[in-house]
Design a protein around this ligand. Sequence first.
Ligand SMILES: C=C(OP(=O)(O)O)C(=O)O
Length: 289
Amino acid sequence: MTSTVRIGDREVGEGRPVYTVAEIGINHNGDLEIAKQLIDIAANTGVDAVKFQKRTPDIATPPDMRDTPRDTPWGEMTYLDYRYRVEFGVTEYEEIDRYCAERGIAWFASPWDVPSVDFLEKFDVVCHKVASASLTDRELLVRLRDTGRPVIASTGMSTMDEIDAAVELLGTDRLVLLHTTSTYPCPPEEANLRTIETLSRRFGVPVGYSGHERGLQVSIAAVALGACLVERHVTLDRTMWGSDQAASLEPEGLRRLVRDIRTVEAAMGDGVKRVFPGEEAPRRRLRRV
Ligand SMILES: C=C(OP(=O)(O)O)C(=O)O
């Protein structure tokens, strides 16, 4: 039996409704109005939380990537300049914080470096997220642990040894692990959904799923296999410019995802064999002996 973790006003874990997260990430392309439209879509769909990514580009950008030229809608620029171009600062996050409160939806982010944790701590975020890329960043994990907030940690591109080390640092009290494969978009053959059970048995913490596949089936199957949280990227339009757009859900996809998650979790039941009320009439009509 795994424990549950409180995220905002929701208990997350076994026997609780699946916690749904719309990952806005950097699909806003640095435009606050797009971010607010995505918040609206998530709130209207009944999603529990929207998520962002927060970086200090000078720290979070790998040194060998900084000067790589990148073609962007704003012209050719270095990778570092592009990172600055799509990064929201305090003014934008104040508005995000205000707007999410107005729309009644929680928000949080994955900080990609320690100053970004300090930045997010100025807001009353419901939790912090560790991106798969950051799971081996010990300094970041310690800072996150020390906030005392719940932590959702993604395990893509990681070995079991790396996950063991991260869990040892973070502790298991307020931890949710996410199974994920960091291939964008992720082919079904690489989804390896049975890992949800592997992580759950090994660590005894709630385990969710962060999906990068096209379509809905794999995320829905993750729920049937016990995922207590599902995170999917959301976009206004999959053809928009940006590295995460193709593996994202458009508004109608997000609506179907939430609908189908609620159907599947209702259908999971408790595993106790019983005769349901709806079976009484067919039982009388069809049983001979
Ligand atoms: C990249 C992220 O997450 P994941 O590893 O779950 O895709 C993130 O949260 O920033």
